[in-house]
Write a protein that binds this ligand. Sequence first.
Ligand SMILES: C[S@@+](CC[C@H](N)C(=O)[O-])C[C@H]1O[C@@H](n2cnc3c(N)ncnc32)[C@H](O)[C@@H]1O
Length: 285
Amino acid sequence: MRYLEFSFKLTPQSSDFEDVLIDLLGEIGFDSFLKSTAPDEQMRGYIPVKDFRETDLKNCIADFPLPDVDISYTYQEAEDKDWNEVWEKNYFEPLVIGDQCVVAASFHQNIPQAKFNIIINPKMSFGTGHHETTSQMLKAILSLDLKGKKVLDMGCGTGLLAILAAMKGADNCMAIDIDEWCVNNAMENLALNHINNIEVLLGDAAGLKDKGPFDVILANIHLNVILNDMPDYIERLNPSGYFLTSGFYLDDLPRIKEKAESLGLKLITATDERLWCCAVFQRIE
Ligand SMILES: C[S@@+](CC[C@H](N)C(=O)[O-])C[C@H]1O[C@@H](n2cnc3c(N)ncnc32)[C@H](O)[C@@H]1O
């Protein structure tokens, strides 16, 4: 898939402002980001060429919710083939969640071992475990007993969450993403981890009608998709089943909770890291 690579200059520069911009860009089709790691370095964002509409981007910047932040950008076409190398050289270190879970790439050396060892070749797909939403989802999955459970991972990205669920004993998992690149990358990652009980599909909530039901549904996407598609997800969730969701800010938890409660869910736990929230709900009706 052809991508555009954007460099965003935020003045003043701040990691929190970048997080807010990432959230907004996610809503207009950007699906991968590299935050700045040094003063004067520019944050980068990636969007499939087919999804880019400059008016959406201009509106997004004009409506930026924090006052006194100036945002400018430049862009160029990114070649798919470069990205694995960029990650490999600069960004992707193994993620270690205590002695429970390690996420590493096949090019890493001397990887620490844990109960669940996952290999991911991230390419352009979101979901190496390094984003606060993914790492909180991993921790939430680690806290559940998934033996024999049917799991749905909506917005699977690299497939990382579904892979951990399968390693924890889940059965008949399904992983779905709207982006063909992610679907291919997820299938590659399943093979790398020798997982053969996850079906990966291209699509969104509209394709769920004849699927499931599921005991556990995972959805780390973003606020608008979760609010909009939650009824379709929950229709496929078994009684007492769990809905684990992230991709939104802690400030938006009340909206997510209100929607979830209207669908017969009860909030069990909510965590937050660097403004990002992850919530675990259980179906009580
Ligand atoms: C924030 S990433 C999460 C990836 C991975 N599940 C993780 O936890 O790291 C969101 C993913 O959702 C996908 N996505 C966006 N809108 C979607 C929709 N309406 N239905 C299904 N997937 C969607 C994107 O392509 C992207 O791969």
